[in-house]
Design a protein around this ligand. Structure first.
Ligand code: SF4
Length: 230
């Protein structure tokens, strides 16, 4: 790092002028410009790494860093604030990345993959999923409510949940689900696809979601529920 000019220490430099934030802003520009290229993939990793550098050190930081990097680089099927209110979205970022410069505006997301949000009945469906996840949370902290909402909204994409939400891997989805609703996660003993599993749980709770067969082993949809998510 170059020496600070006389009379001005690096500590007095605005956060947005510091190398960590400049790297973040650069990754954002490059990732948006080179959509779908290896350069954009590298920018996605850089953006995620910058966020983690400002992280709180919780197990949910890494999956949320992936979700945000994907959201801000147009690789997500989630809505602009992940389905949260403006203050809830800011709280999520502050809570997991307390080092993110307070003076910096949060990046605006760019065009995202289509999802089912806005369709008839979807708002109720999200509420049902949210209720299910909240029923399995370990603590009543407001943060788990935000995670439950984010994950419920994440079920509204048309593809695999972990890809639609912009995680680095399916394991990251599991880790965020575990942070939000560990008791629900423990019930997925056969490693069923997560979105299918959550709807199966709703089916069992008689919330009006009906499975195709009384038992998974006898069901023609078995591969859709248990197949690899690639
Ligand atoms: S395999 Fe069939 S019964 Fe089992 S969760 Fe899937 S749709 Fe429902």
């Amino acid at each position: 790092m170059p020496p600070s000019p006389p009379g001005r220490t690096s500590a007095s430099r605005p956060m947005t002028a510091r190398p960590g934030f400049r790297r973040f802003a650069h990754a954002l520009n490059v990732g948006r410009g080179g959509f779908g290229t290896p350069i954009a993939d590298r920018a996605w990793r850089d953006l995620r790494a910058c966020l983690l550098g400002w992280g709180a050190g919780t197990p949910a930081d890494a999956p949320i860093a992936s979700v945000l990097a994907s959201l801000w680089l147009g690789r997500s099927a989630l809505p602009p604030r992940l389905g949260l209110r403006a203050w809830g979205f800011r709280a999520l970022v502050r809570e997991h990345f307390p080092g993110f410069p307070k003076s910096a505006a949060l990046p605006r997301p760019i065009a995202v993959a289509p999802c089912r949000l806005g369709q008839t009945g979807v708002a109720e469906e999200i509420q049902d999923l949210e209720r299910l996840l909240l029923s399995g949370r370990a603590t009543a902290a407001p943060a788990t409510r935000r995670l439950a909402k984010l994950l419920a909204v994440g079920c509204m994409g048309y593809g695999h949940m972990w890809k639609d939400m912009g995680f680095a891997s399916r394991a990251e989805l599991r880790s965020l689900l575990t942070a939000a609703a560990p008791k629900v996660v423990r019930r997925n003993t056969r490693d069923m696809r997560w979105k299918k599993f959550l709807y199966r749980e709703l089916c069992k709770s008689e919330a009006g979601y009906v499975c195709r067969a009384p038992s998974c082993d006898a069901c023609v949809g078995y591969a859709e529920c248990f197949g690899a998510e690639v």
